[in-house]
Ligand binder design. Structure first.
Ligand code: GLP
Length: 261
């Protein structure tokens, strides 16, 4: 795992966007794994800008989102399909037929989850997976005790997550209790993973995920098992990491990061 500390939230999001843009330029038919949440909004804003200013071409790109709430229609402003349409899909030249999210309204949710795994496989697997982190330590909606080998499935949300996301729904009472999410195992199959976390509210959970033990209680810690995982944080989210100086040294000196410094 690599840990990169950026000055602030915007610099961290810009770095993630540049990595994604380079992936698309190197592989015009790249398969991207995408994430939602407020942290990702800045990443998508930068990608839209790169599309406008540098003609970054999304026409061959295929996308698979991590998760979707159970029961919400695609035109519900709180659905992740709606979020993706608003922040990215409608603002770049992505072919909507190449964008995928689990269908949280499927009559048979189990079959929908199996189908989602098949679609990812048929696309050749995910080249680059973007991730946020919830306060419960989740990646996607892989709440505490999610098996580290889990695949796409339906999950019940923890009280921490319901509390964290309820403001978007105008209160806990209106928030779905369940979601479909790629499993931890599905995520670990991606060829590269990038997790972005910003703000002091994420400092504790980032320290646990990066420097703590690998545990299903904090599913983001499973990224320690991945051969090519990068965690990008701002100073605020880095505040509780013990080895900050070492991480800074790596980013400042490793040739791999030269073009991003
Ligand atoms: C939701 C998503 C996660 C995301 C998290 C972070 O719970 N299911 O994939 O990582 O939000 O949200 P935020 O960026 O708003 O802190």
């Amino acid at each position: 795992m690599e840990l990169i500390i950026q000055r602030d939230k915007n610099a961290a999001a810009l770095l993630v966007a540049r990595i994604v843009a380079n992936e698309i330029r190197a592989q015009p038919r790249a398969v991207l794994g995408l994430a939602t949440g407020s942290t990702m909004e800045a990443v998508y804003a930068h990608l839209v800008r790169l599309h406008q200013e540098t003609k970054l071409d999304f026409s061959g790109v295929r996308t698979f989102n991590l998760d979707e709430y159970v029961g919400l229609t695609p035109d519900d402003p709180n659905s992740y399909r709606y979020f993706m349409n608003q922040h990215l899909f409608q603002k770049v030249n992505l072919n909507l037929a190449n964008t995928h999210l689990p269908n949280g309204r499927a009559a048979d949710l189990g079959a929908e989850c199996r189908h989602y795994e098949q679609l990812i496989e048929q696309a050749g697997g995910i080249d680059l997976q973007l991730l946020g982190i919830g306060k419960s330590g989740h990646i996607g909606f892989n709440e505490p005790l999610s098996a580290l080998k889990s695949r796409t499935r339906e999950k019940a949300l923890t009280p921490t997550t319901i509390q964290q996301n309820a403001p978007f729904f105008g209160g806990e009472a209106n928030m779905p209790r369940r979601a479909i999410t790629m499993g931890v195992g599905t995520i670990l199959d991606a060829r590269r993973c990038i997790l972005l976390a910003t703000g002091e509210a994420k400092a504790d959970i980032i320290a646990q995920a990066v420097e703590g033990p690998i545990t299903s209680m904090v599913t983001a810690s499973a990224l320690q098992l991945h051969a090519k995982a990068t965690v990008i944080v701002d100073e605020a989210a880095a505040a509780k990491l013990k080895e900050r100086e070492y991480y800074r040294w790596i980013f400042a000196n490793e040739p791999e990061w030269q073009e991003y410094r």
